[in-house]
Design a protein around this ligand. Sequence first.
Ligand code: 3EB
Length: 342
Amino acid sequence: MTVTHPGLARTAALDCLFVRPGDDGRARTAGRHVLGRVTYGHGGRPPQLHDGAPLARMAMAAADDERITEVWTTDRPVRHGRDGGLVYAEDGEHFLCAVRIEEQDVYRDTVRAVYEAAFTLMWRLGYTELLRMWNLVGAITGRNGEGMENYQDFCVGRAQAFESWSGRIPGMPAATGIGSLRPGIDLYFLACRDGRARHLENPRQTPAHRYPDRYGPKSPSFARATLLEPADGSRPVLYVSGTASIIGDDTVHPGDVERQCAVTLANIQALVAPDNLRRHGLAGGFRLADLDCVKVYVRDAEDLPAVRAHCAKALGAGPDIAFFNVDVCRPDLLVEIEGICR
Ligand code: 3EB
């Protein structure tokens, strides 16, 4: 990893960094408090509390792949706890929780219940706005016991949870919905205090919650990005959803990974640009070069070298980038990219 401006880097109230084998990350988290850890390893397990914070272990790496750990830190002391299958931590401004859904014939009712349990918990603790959600779905383009795609099945339960909470949680946040290497669904969420989160759409893409029903009986419940305006007046941070080669609601350039990378990055560029923030009534804005903590999901292992080269050229040497060889939610999508602008 490259830190271009040590001292300036990673000063946000809530922050994220990738730790790799051989670097315990301690130097970069000195003086800060850990809100949660997510390992992208080989075998996964249900989340637990470890060393004062949630630890979620995702199955996102092959046996001989590099393992990364995503560490969420804050400048405030953290309190952690457990609520049924949910493990969580909070720092007075931010909330992180993780939960796993074991393999099921049909997911929707459990997804709805688990989402509602997470909403109930965050609300009870006073974190009323969602900031970011990750949904790692095993066999994402495979079929459930009724013959429906697991991703569509998942989307039904998630949409029902948002519908029943629409009076309390009016906006959907940035999210990732992506494949993982073991059955079941692993979730982790970030939430914050009231009035801090602003959800953004992309001028090049149909809002996911308005996709036509040919993609599934219920549309995906997420925004293209969420802006966090920190309580301490420090600079806003923009959480960019998993983004793919979709224009309007159509997959473009099926079968062409280079062009899919180019469209995906152009989508992110348009999303984070000052013009788009202005369109949402917000000041400021970002460039592609501001993207960090980048996660790149590549469907086919043989495309990894081309995607790595494309990202290095487009994003430069500054950002930390992690690559995962997993399925994307539509069979014709070869790549998906997310990150954080700060
Ligand atoms: C898309 O734009 C690609 O279901 O939570 C990206 C980010 C995608 C999040 C989700 C799905 C999700 O539709 C897929």
